[in-house]
Design a protein around this ligand. Structure first.
Ligand SMILES: Cc1cc2nc3c(=O)[nH]c(=O)nc-3n(C[C@H](O)[C@H](O)[C@H](O)COP(=O)(O)O)c2cc1C
Length: 171
């Protein structure tokens, strides 16, 4: 897929087929996250890739809107240091957002759907993923082949009108 097509095709996918993600494809998705830019190249992140069905099923319990993780073929947990102050929080979250979008575009390019979820139950995430006590599971990204939302370029995305959002020169 062309980059522009992958950008236009990406959407949040929460229903997946039983098809596993090829190991090389999962590696490529993880490499996209690894290549992402970060503030001062600080790379305050680790990525835990999960494909074990039992672990995915339990991971779905981290938040009431994480249910789709139970049927995902894989999940990538975005792990980061627990921040000391609001500025560090903002900086880490910005970086994680970039890594998220990179991996989601890479996934779309490979025909793999993806969806974010917040992680409210940090104790459960830590028990399943094993990150150190001074790290949090900031986000989970579920991955799999779409069962309902095809990854083809979306002609009219569900977004505010572009002329309302984009300001040229000044607001
Ligand atoms: C920061 C963030 C948190 C999100 N958390 C969840 C979540 O907990 N559960 C979920 O199903 N979707 C979650 N989403 C997905 C959004 O609902 C989705 O990106 C938005 O509705 C746009 O979807 P679309 O790109 O398919 O149009 C989250 C997205 C972002 C950016």
């Amino acid at each position: 897929m062309e980059t522009w097509d992958a950008i236009r095709a990406r959407r949040n996918v929460r229903a997946f087929t039983d098809e596993p993600i090829a190991p090389a494809a999962l590696d490529q998705i993880l490499e996209a996250a690894w290549r992402s830019p970060s503030s001062s190249n600080s790379q305050r992140w680790d990525f835990v890739a999960v494909t074990d069905r039992d672990v995915l099923t339990e991971l779905a319990g981290v938040w009431q809107y994480a249910g789709f993780v139970a049927t995902a073929a894989a999940a990538i947990a975005l792990i980061a240091p627990i921040p000391d102050d609001p500025r560090m929080t903002a900086s880490i979250q910005y970086d994680l957002g970039q890594a998220t979008m990179s991996l989601m575009i890479a996934a779309a390019d490979l025909g793999v759907g993806s969806c974010h979820t917040a992680v409210m139950d940090q104790d459960l995430a830590r028990r399943l993923l094993g990150q150190p006590d001074d790290h949090m599971c900031a986000w989970l990204i579920g991955l799999g082949h779409p069962a309902d939302r095809p990854l083809t370029p979306i002609r009219t995305p569900n977004r505010r009108p572009i002329d309302e959002v984009v300001h040229r020169g000044r607001w």
